[in-house]
Design a protein around this ligand. Structure first.
Ligand code: SDX
Length: 392
């Protein structure tokens, strides 16, 4: 059974209250989506099936699964006018800036006819976001490399369609390698939800004001972008590149331990996990499998594994229960799939959109109040105004 914590509802804001969606035990390294262990879902399920589970609370039967997949596959295109919206960005804009803008702009394209108090309308918004996130992500990438947008191919499954939109060109349609599509789908599953982390709490807080779902998800994308959160996967690869060689590991560990140095070991540590992040374990195994299947000998994987081995035996990290988190190995797989580092956090956003929506829907499906976290005031006590000519 799951521990039920009691707290004073008057203090807790709606944004961070009870939920039935995801359970984490940080001490034991347990992560359950609607009661199912992440290890089993990563091994046996597919991302769209996990989306259905997170959104509806149960795994779909064959008929429900097919119906949901058809809905998502048949809504992958975005309003044609969004291409001109894209042209407003500089070519070198970070793709996460484009994603924030794009999803916020969905409010103008897809929200006017939606009533968030209507469960069917919430379902429509949910389906639009899950189906269109890969399309706008690939559009952001194509725009950044100066290539034409590639339309979705609805005969492909979710992950393969994304890789098609990323890497095909009008001159040559990419034959998506099934190994890469399976690895991509596994990454989507592993990042889909994680209880009430910073970006999910942002979405719940925005949703508690009655803001439309697209604006709420755009706020989640903005929060995820930070290097302490979803931006860490991109930062891990930059860190490994900077370390360069095993002989430099000790120097970087010293920097990570130096309180006067802002450097942190990216991909290590977690607000909740004080044991191995179960997603990191699955990703570490997947790294080996994908690189072996592809015949890639990536020195950065060896470097990452050596870094993990040394850090896990260093008293500073052991005393503080600092373990690799989801971001430590994900970048190595994404690199093997051919995803550029600038798109790593975008991949996280594509995947986590369903978790954000599940929490948004869960909050709106019950009576809710606007979130209004209180503070502990530590400023001045009341004092009288001083005219400027009397001030020192
Ligand atoms: C994600 O919340 C979620 O669920 C998020 C997420 C999700 O799925 O949504 O899991 C995704 O955001 C994973 C985290 C990705 N971020 C990184 O990998 C960035 C590097 N990690 C650190 O910035 C850090 O570990 C945090 C931000 C993740 C957590 O920071 P905290 O809350 O300060 O961690 P802590 O309280 O456990 O720290 C204890 C000590 C502190 O030192 P002391 O004050 O005790 O001397 O450990 C130190 C910290 O300074 N520490 C680190 C460290 N992480 C914590 N020291 C060096 N390198 C690190 N990575």
């Amino acid at each position: 059974s799951v521990n039920h914590y009691t707290y004073d509802p008057g203090f807790m804001s709606t944004a961070s209250c009870e939920s039935k969606i995801t359970y984490i035990d940080g001490d034991k390294g347990i992560l359950l989506y609607r009661g199912y262990p992440i290890e089993q879902l990563a091994e046996h399920s597919e991302y769209l099936e996990v989306c259905y589970l997170l959104l509806n609370g149960e795994l779909p039967n064959a008929e429900q699964k097919k119906k949901y997949e058809d809905i998502i596959h048949n809504h992958t295109m975005v309003h044609e006018q969004m291409k001109s919206f894209l042209n407003g960005f500089r070519r070198d804009a970070h793709p996460m800036a484009v994603m924030c803008g794009f999803v916020g702009a969905f409010s103008a394209f897809y929200h006017d006819s939606l009533d968030i108090n209507n469960a069917t309308h919430r379902e429509i918004a949910s389906n639009r976001l899950v189906s269109k996130m890969p399309t706008i992500a690939a559009m952001a990438y194509k725009y950044s490399v100066g290539q034409p947008i590639i339309y979705p191919d609805n005969k492909l499954d979710y992950a393969a369609n994304f890789l098609h939109m990323m890497f095909s060109t009008p001159c040559e349609k990419t034959e998506v390698n099934p190994i890469l599509a399976k690895a991509m789908d596994k990454i989507f599953i592993l990042h889909a939800d994680h209880e009430q982390n910073a970006s999910t709490s942002t979405v719940r807080l925005a949703g508690s004001t009655g803001a439309n779902p697209f604006a709420c998800i755009a706020s989640g994308i903005a929060a995820l972008w930070g290097p302490a959160h979803g931006g860490a996967n991109e930062a891990v690869l930059s860190m490994l590149e900077e370390i360069g060689d095993v002989k430099n590991i000790e120097k970087f560990l010293a920097k990570a331990k130096d309180k006067n140095d802002p450097f942190k070991l990216m991909g290590f540590g977690h607000r909740v996990y004080k044991n191995f992040d179960p997603r990191a374990k699955v990703l570490k195994k997947a790294c080996d499998e994908v690189l072996n299947e592809l015949g890639i000998n990536d020195p950065q994987l060896e470097l990452a594994m050596k870094l993990e081995e040394i850090a896990r035996n260093d008293p500073y990290f052991v005393e503080r229960n600092l373990y690799p988190n989801v971001d430590f190995y994900s970048g190595i797989i994404l690199k093997a799939i051919g995803i550029p580092t600038s798109m790593f956090t975008v991949i996280f956003a594509i995947s986590r959109t369903v978790g954000w929506i599940a929490h948004w829907k869960e909050m709106l499906s019950e009576p809710y109040k606007i979130s209004r976290p209180r503070q502990l005031y530590t400023g001045h006590t009341e004092r009288d105004y001083i005219p400027v000519n009397l001030r020192k």
